[in-house]
Design a protein around this ligand. Structure first.
Ligand code: FES
Length: 90
């Protein structure tokens, strides 16, 4: 469930560009791709640390049997959602 591809370029340059950042990408008709460094946590105190440059996929369709993680069920559920963040004015 990990991926090593580089995250997409940010829309706005960060003043702390040298600091590793978390990137969250809503995938077309699918999960949220979250690229670390980040720690995913649940309310029971379980944690999943995600290393810098590694990714995890979180369910946003509600059909996964392994929430908060995506298990691919969005495809058989026919989940449809294509979102694009508004481009900030410069
Ligand atoms: S987004 Fe993939 S199972 Fe929900």
């Amino acid at each position: 469930m990990t991926e090593t591809a580089a995250p997409a370029a940010p829309l706005v340059a960060s003043p702390a560009a040298a600091t590793p950042t978390v990137t969250i990408t809503p995938r077309d008709n699918g999960s949220y791709k979250v690229t670390g460094p980040v720690t995913i946590a649940d309310t029971a105190g379980n944690t999943w640390p995600i290393a810098e440059g590694r990714a995890v996929f979180l369910c946003r369709c509600g059909h996964s049997a392994t929430k908060p993680f995506c298990d691919g069920s969005h495809t058989s559920a026919g989940f449809e959602s294509v979102v694009r963040a508004p481009v900030p004015e410069v």
